[in-house]
Design a protein around this ligand. Structure first.
Ligand code: BTN
Length: 276
């Protein structure tokens, strides 16, 4: 394991609860050397009744999963975890959880490392335009009702960029790369879980508007021309806003607004015409 002695002690003795100032998120932390995917393990545990706030974390994932059915490369050195939550909301509203998670990750990175981060719809965290974290939220339903949400967070913490396939190296980064030093995953995790609980409680109090405002303040994509690609289509226009449901609102050419619920967004930069 690549944990330093302090980290190792922290993990092994499960001091997390003592050090962690949370009420329920991370009260129970299951730490694995390697799993297929922390989302898979957490969903299985949630189906079997695991309580709200349980965290599944792994040093490495052999079949880490990204959005839209993609693979998520998860070697040692990263923070690969899933948190189980059980909000009493509709299945449609569960999409909001990814904004809570994105703002929490952004705040945790800022707090622990002082790095400036950006969020990109739907849930990427970028530093200097490169992806440093991805979020995969999955819902468990029972009889049409939302039973649980598994919030999967993958942070490229102490990862060498060469661990990624060549074609991805331009678009990804890691915290170590950006901070120019090894980062403490322990401090990062503590801050992440504390922020997650804080924003989740705010959400339960009906303050999602404020969270969305924070998300807006962390993104640079609103007002820009974007193209969103999902499994079904490609939509191009101006990114106007994100709405209460977490949909990206795009103004199509010609004026009509279109809500998009999933996909990958790319900001289109139009080259300035050359002056002669
Ligand atoms: C994305 O495509 O951007 C989402 C990536 C989410 C990766 C995390 S790592 C922990 C959790 N377990 C998984 O298999 N995926 C998520």
């Amino acid at each position: 394991m690549d944990l330093n002695p302090t980290e190792r002690r922290w993990w092994l003795l499960r001091r997390a609860r003592g050090e962690l100032k949370t009420e329920f998120v991370g009260r129970k932390v299951l730490h694995f050397e390697e799993v297929t995917s922390t989302n898979e393990v957490a969903k299985e545990m949630a189906r079997r009744g695991a309580e709200e706030g349980v965290v599944v974390i792994a040093e490495a994932q052999s079949r880490g999963r990204g959005r839209l059915g993609r693979r998520w490369i998860s070697p040692r050195g990263g923070v690969w975890l899933t948190v189980i939550l059980r909000p009493t909301i509709s299945p449609e509203a569960a999409l909001r959880m990814q904004f809570i998670t994105a703002v929490s990750v952004a705040r945790a990175i800022e707090e622990t490392l002082g790095l400036e981060v950006e969020v990109k719809w739907p849930n990427d965290i970028l530093i200097h335009g490169r992806k440093v974290c991805g979020i995969l939220t999955e819902s468990g339903l029972r009889g049409g009702e939302l039973e649980f949400v598994a919030l999967g967070v993958g942070i490229n913490a102490n990862i060498d960029i060469n661990a990624f396939p060549e074609d991805l190296r331009e678009s990804v980064t890691s915290l170590r790369e950006e901070a120019k030093h090894e980062v403490s995953r322990r401090f990062l995790l503590k801050s992440l879980l504390a922020n997650l609980e804080r924003y989740y409680v705010k959400f339960l109090r009906g303050e999602f508007d404020q969270i969305l405002d924070e998300w807006r303040s962390l993104t640079s994509m609103l007002g820009k021309r974007v193209v969103v690609t999902n499994l079904h289509e490609k939509i191009e226009g101006e990114a106007v806003d994100v709405d209460q449901d977490g949909a990206l609102v795009i103004r199509l050419d010609g004026g009509p607004l279109r809500r998009v619920l999933s996909g990958d967004a790319t900001v289109i930069t139009i080259a300035e015409p050359r002056r002669t």
